[in-house]
Design a protein around this ligand. Structure first.
Ligand code: PEP
Ligand code: MG
Length: 562
């Protein structure tokens, strides 16, 4: 949507995913190799197909080496992302298709394109996390092309002054190296609220808007004001007012950074803030954040690269290290393997499903392989015993009360506390009955939104649907939270929705008792809750439920909270 304000400032609207205000010159990420250079190159001048293949190999190796060099200069998630891109550039499957295409007489650029499209099609079919790698593949194609024709690799230029980065889409290899001192905000045309871009922006603590219509028309260097709370991008706003808004927000963010927990509303109601963790290193780092424990330990993420199922002892050792990071009165909610769909795990995922998101994923894997779940629960029980840390265990992708009941029995028989995730609309509709058989619920708003709106959470062009502010999603959250209030049992939220400070107030107003999120989001959420009363939160919840769409819901909640 493009609107004009009274001062004829052009305003673009996108989906806000990380709050905050930033003002600065637009820096356009150069996504493409110049068409003229490609046309001038044509088929290239190679003696034969072998010579062309050697040129491809040199170009692919140069791209892979570039990624590897960057990977060695950083650590953590950024290094992993870059190492994975290096591996993809060197991929033998890609080379093999290029070789066959060249042998059949195709030009080098069209051979490369065919190979990339072949794998992009496969990844898209696999869905989820694999589908996100399509962005990587296209990024690699552009970089190899650039080397072949002898121009600079495209990508995110390093800004000379602090700038707002605008892109059609950002590849993980682009975002892994962003410097928050130079990149003030991220704005993309594609990408959804759970996309890679959104996750990186949250980690960097910079405002982010995705799914922005009309972004392609913004010119390099134009001054833009980004509001990550409303999702608006103003082009050439009043400079003084824009600078003042960004300055006030910077002061505000600096204050947030000092918040030290625990979370209580202005009228003294406690809300548990918890961390989402993936493995031992992320757990150890999350343990230093002001959190009361872990609300979602995604156990499957420790096994993404494993071909075979780890033994009970090996699993127990990993789980014990995660639990041990949260001793001293904190508790950890471990989720049993959520393999399948967006998280393919070689030893568990069913192959060849037509529609993996609706297939055998999460708890469903135990239907024909109960031993997989049993062994994991044995490992979790052993880790809980050896670490002495309070351990709750929940199942992902639960659809019926019978599934919840049989899971709860297995967990209780091992002396652990059972719960289930509410990710499927049928589970939300049955929340009261779920609470008759389990001790707690945890709402996975990423999947609950995907299944309620029938919109792939990884789809880059459905940002307006894959938005937890959709009133239909909030209705299901409200039902689930109300069931918890009646049953006097905890109901938390562990999807991305919990990381949105404004939405957090709505969730608390609906009766949610804990919010689990990426550690980087904890301080802004905690500080926001400290500024509002329970009555404010209830008013915000009513306003959000009454709104017709996410945009109206955000506006109504901002007004309700003053
Ligand atoms: C969710 O679906 O909201 C959730 C927390 O689980 P995941 O994102 O791991 O699917
Ligand atoms: Mg989920």
């Amino acid at each position: 949507m493009v609107t004009e304000t009274a001062h004829t400032v052009q305003v673009l609207q996108g989906t806000p995913v990380v709050s905050g205000v930033a003002y600065g010159p637009a820096l356009l990420a150069r996504g493409d190799v110049p068409t003229e250079a490609i046309e001038a190159f044509g088929r290239g001048s190679y003696a034969d197909a072998d010579a062309a293949l050697s040129a491809y190999e040199r170009a692919a190796a140069a791209v892979a080496d570039g990624f590897a060099a960057k990977a060695s200069s950083v650590s953590g998630a950024a290094a992993e992302v870059l190492a994975a891109s290096a591996g993809l550039a060197r991929d033998k499957g890609l080379r093999s298709i290029v070789r066959k295409q060249l042998a059949s007489g195709s030009s080098i650029l069209s051979s490369l394109h065919t190979a990339v499209e072949h794998f992009a099609g496969l990844f898209t079919q696999m869905g989820g996390l694999m589908a996100e790698r399509v962005t990587d593949l296209h990024d690699i194609e552009r970089r190899i092309t650039a080397h072949l024709i002898g121009v600079a690799e495209p990508g995110v230029p390093v800004p000379a002054v602090p700038s707002v980065l605008l892109a059609r889409d950002l590849a993980p290899s682009d975002t892994a190296l962003l410097d928050p001192a130079l990149v003030l905000a991220l704005v993309t045309e594609l990408g959804g609220p759970t996309s890679h871009t959104a996750i990186i922006a949250r980690q960097l603590g910079i405002p982010c808007v995705v799914g922005t219509v009309g972004l392609a028309d913004v010119t390099e260097g134009a001054l833009v004001l980004v509001d990550g709370t409303t999702g608006t991008i103003q082009i050439a706003p009043d400079p003084e007012k824009a600078a003042a808004a960004a300055e006030a927000d910077a002061v505000e963010r600096a204050t947030l950074a000092t918040w030290s927990g625990p979370a209580v509303t202005a009228d003294g109601v406690s809300v548990k803030l918890l961390a989402n963790v993936a493995d031992v290193p992320t757990a150890q780092s999350a343990a230093t954040a002001p959190v009361e424990g872990v609300g979602l330990f995604r156990t499957e993420l420790s096994f993404l690269n494993r071909a075979d199922e780890p033994s009970i002892e090996e699993q127990a050792a990993i789980y014990a290290d995660v639990l041990a990071a949260f001793g001293e009165g904190r508790h950890v909610v471990a989720r049993t393997l959520d393999a399948g769909s967006d998280k393919p795990i070689a030893f568990a995922t069913h192959q060849g499903e037509e529609n993996p998101a609706l297939g055998v994923r999460g708890l469903r894997l135990s239907f024909d392989n109960p031993g997989l779940l049993d062994r994991q629960l044995d490992a979790l029980a052993a880790a809980a015993a050896s670490s002495g840390v309070e351990t709750w265990v929940m199942a992902p992708m639960v659809a019926t009360v019978a599934e919840a009941s049989s899971f709860a029995e297995k967990v209780r028989s091992r002396g652990l506390r059972p719960g289930v995730m509410i990710e499927v609309p049928s589970a939300a509709l049955q929340a009261s009955r779920m609470l008759e058989v389990v001790d707690f619920l945890s709402i996975g708003t990423n999947d609950l939104t995907q299944y309620t709106m029938a919109a792939d959470r990884m789809a880059t062009d459905l940002a307006h649907l894959t938005d937890a502010w959709q009133p239909a999603v909030l209705q299901l959250v409200a039902m689930t939270a109300a069931a918890g209030v009646t049953a006097r049992k905890p109901v938390g939220v562990c999807g991305e929705a919990a990381a949105d400070p404004l939405l957090a107030c709505v969730l608390v107003g609906l009766g949610i008792t804990s919010l689990s999120m990426a550690p980087a989001a904890v301080r802004p959420v905690g500080a926001q809750l400290g500024r509002v009363t329970m009555a404010d939160c209830r008013r915000a919840a009513e306003a959000a439920l009454a709104a017709v769409d996410p945009e109206a819901a955000r506006a109504a909640v901002r007004e309700a909270l003053g």
